[in-house]
Design a protein around this ligand. Structure first.
Ligand code: ADP
Ligand code: MG
Length: 223
């Protein structure tokens, strides 16, 4: 399996003198180029599932494989490298740096990896064009872009390192329905074009239905 695998994952949080089970034996396989949506109500475990898949939280039991690698075997340092290089994460609110243009947001990723921002410019421009931003928009800072355009920058930035896995948490919550649907359709396109194993979580069933596969989560259980 070269995409994302969750195998019988259990995750709990401390809850007074007991523990709250946020993920209850969750198993999931997403192939490269596959786009899976996970729909569920607030508190059902969606963000917890993404945090485990992103190796930000370690499960109580079960396994998480990224591009065939069992992440439990990795040192914290290797896990951080894997996260940086192989996992693209798109959060609910585009967490862009306010002082940087769209192009610079992507060049900053290269800089963080110790690569030359200048050498990164062609790829940054190519990705931003692919997500639908004009040359002029690519030179704007976040406050000069609409919510939908900012989310497109966020998606382009997540693709910069050629991730095997793309994890997306409620990408459309700040957008109206039409723009939200357009962002989900963009995710479908980039999943095909970049062969990412993509998981999007959402409470919105209509948006989830635009993915290749829809799973439902309630009380930490996937079906
Ligand atoms: P969703 O993203 O679907 O709204 P979450 O994964 O955020 O759900 O939360 C799942 C459950 O775990 C909820 O009951 C929530 O209150 C609980 N939870 C989430 N994060 C924590 C935490 N850091 N500590 C304790 N409980 C948490
Ligand atoms: Mg959430």
């Amino acid at each position: 399996m070269n995409g994302l695998t969750l195998d019988d994952v259990v995750l709990s949080y401390p809850d007074g003198d007991r523990r709250l089970t946020a993920l209850d034996r969750v198993s999931l396989d997403v192939d490269p180029g596959g786009f899976t949506a996970i729909a569920g109500p607030s508190g059902s475990g969606k963000s917890s599932l993404l945090a485990v898949a992103a190796t930000l939280l370690r499960p109580d039991s079960g396994r998480v494989l990224i591009a065939g690698q069992d992440t439990a075997a990795l040192s914290p340092r290797r896990a951080a490298e894997l996260r940086r290089d192989r996992i693209g994460i798109v959060f609910q609110q585009p967490n862009l740096l306010p002082s940087l243009t769209a192009l610079e947001q992507l060049q900053a990723v290269a800089h963080l990896r110790g690569d030359s921002p200048k050498a990164a410019l062609p790829r940054a421009a190519q990705l931003l064009t692919a997500v639908g931003l004009t040359d002029a928009q690519q030179r704007r800072r976040p406050h000069q872009l609409s919510g939908g355009e900012r989310q497109r920058v966020n998606i382009a930035r997540a693709l910069f390192t050629r991730p095997a896995v793309l994890l997306v948490d409620e990408p459309t919550s700040a957008l109206d329905r039409t723009r939200g649907a357009a962002v989900v359709d963009l995710l479908a396109t980039v999943t095909r074009d970049h062969a990412t194993a993509t998981v999007m979580v959402t409470h919105d069933l209509t948006l989830a239905a635009r993915a290749d596969q829809v799973l439902h989560i309630t009380d930490g259980r996937l079906r």
